[in-house]
Design a protein around this ligand. Structure first.
Ligand code: HEM
Length: 445
């Protein structure tokens, strides 16, 4: 150990952006890392739940067990991870600090408590608790959006910031729809009938409006950066973001009005928007000046799940209304959209988290590896484990989707087990090396 050239140890909170060449607007590292850690824990929990509940969930994809697992994933995993990415990137892209990091500690904590409470109360079918947890989640969302609103309101920062502004509005909308449904459910639907149309509307505001537009907005900046790929125009990203915003809004109106014509129109607009997003991916990958690596693997398989979701949605429309087949196809569509976002988030986390932990290590004085080489991002994770995690995540979601589409509980449970394992592999792979370096450096100091 003594061979490691080290500077005099500095306290870990010496994380001043200037001496790391980072813009001053970057939030404290524990904020995005906190969101990512909760997302990993929720993915592990949902995976374990899926192992034991698989056969009952595929047997009734709209039952309380399925709804519980859906919210553990959509809020605890996908929303938490996307919020982590938003907290890291929006202040950087807009060069504007958050209002106050404390607002996001509180907002994130309340949203996390609300998410876990919501999933648990759906699983246990305790409706008053669904309402209480929903209220926590809504307050959390409001605090987070207030905090992000300062960097989001910066003018002239391009389509990524515009897209993030729209997705933040969609997050508030999906939470408001959700809490309204929770109150109605608790009152035995005495205010309105909670029809499948209403639930599907809520689900797509969340998955396409909040999560989908967030991903398209952030990838508009991240893909060219991580793939060293330059595009002359970002027209395709503009079409993707505005198309999704318009398409999802018209879709919700069509579902609430039970109008097939309006829903079909919305469907066409959403298809054009998603097609434009996929065109962006093809053009960025084809113009890249970097060799293919793990991130592209994640992003391309993520895009394949998006194509799968589109296939399930179109097939579901042709199946007869209210039939078990339509329910199964809709469930497979929802999970495929979830996989689209999850693979993209986990893939980018293998770039973003080392970038953040590298900053922490550098700020603490760790500038070289054991072999006396300057510390670089790739020193902070094990590439073998990263590749194995990719296979587990991709196979896990594929098996879950097949399980739902074919009502195979075994396939669903094995897929869930793979995701639980992947959650452990990804989080330990991104945490162990940096924390070992930090603790070793402390001792050496
Ligand atoms: C404050 C937050 C939220 C609350 C209180 C909430 C509440 C609800 C309620 C009451 C239902 C209807 C359950 C039923 O059919 O009886 C529901 C369904 C659903 N929600 Fe949420 N929701 C919230 C956030 C979200 C978010 C952020 C997403 C996605 C990103 C989401 C995705 C879904 C999906 C996919 C369903 C359908 C589940 C199924 O049928 O299996 N929800 N939600």
């Amino acid at each position: 150990m003594s061979g490691i050239p080290i500077d005099s140890p500095a306290p870990a909170n010496n994380y001043s952006h200037s001496n790391l060449g980072m813009p001053k607007s970057v939030p404290p590292p524990q904020l995005p890392l906190g969101f990512f850690a909760i997302a990993a824990l929720a993915l592990f929990t949902d995976g374990v739940l899926g192992i034991f509940l698989g056969s009952r969930v595929v047997g009734n994809p709209t039952g309380h067990l399925a709804i519980g697992m859906t919210h553990m994933f959509m809020l605890g995993v996908a929303s938490m991870a996307v919020l982590g990415a938003m907290h890291q990137f929006i202040p950087v892209i807009s060069a504007q600090k958050l209002r106050d990091p404390k607002l996001s500690y509180w907002g994130g904590g309340l949203f996390a408590a609300g998410s876990i409470g919501l999933a648990t109360s759906f699983l246990l079918e305790v409706n008053p608790l669904v309402v209480a947890s929903g209220v926590l989640a809504v307050i959390g969302v409001v605090l987070l959006v207030i905090n992000l609103s300062k960097p989001l309101m910066v003018k002239g920062k391009g389509i990524s910031i515009t897209g993030a502004r729209i997705s933040a509005i969609m997050l508030v909308a999906v939470a408001c729809f959700g809490i309204t449904y929770a109150v109605d459910r608790n009152a035995h639907e005495s205010f309105f009938t909670l029809s499948p149309n209403l639930v599907i509307a809520h689900a797509h505001i969340g998955i396409l409006g909040w999560l989908g537009i967030s991903y398209v907005a952030v990838s508009e900046k991240l893909w060219p950066m991580f793939m060293l790929s330059h595009r002359k125009s970002n027209r395709s990203s503009q079409i993707a973001i505005w198309g999704l915003a318009l398409g999802v809004t018209i879709f919700v109106v069509g579902m609430l009005a039970s109008s097939t014509a309006i829903v079909a129109t919305a469907g066409v607009i959403i298809l054009i928007a998603l097609g434009s997003h996929l065109y962006t991916l093809v053009s960025v990958v084809s113009k890249r000046r970097r060799k293919l690596e793990l991130l592209q693997g994640y992003v391309i398989v993520s895009a394949l799940f998006l194509l799968g979701a589109i296939g399930f949605a179109i097939t579901a429309v042709t199946a007869s209304q209210g039939s078990q087949l339509r329910t199964q196809l809709m469930a497979a569509e929802i999970v495929s959209l979830g996989a689209w976002i999850a693979l993209a988030v986990i893939g980018h986390a293998h770039k973003v988290v080392p970038f953040i932990t590298w900053g922490i290590l550098r700020a603490s004085g760790v500038k070289f590896t054991r072999n006396n080489k300057p510390l670089v991002f790739s020193d902070l994770l094990n590439p073998m484990v990263a590749r194995a995690s990719f296979v587990m995540v991709a196979a896990g979601f594929a098996l879950i989707v097949v399980g739902l589409a074919t009502t195979s509980g075994v396939s669903f449970s094995i897929g869930s087990a793979a995701l639980a394992l992947a959650a452990v592999a990804v989080s330990s792979n991104l945490a162990i090396r940096p924390s070992r370096m930090l603790s070793h450096f402390g001792e050496a100091g």
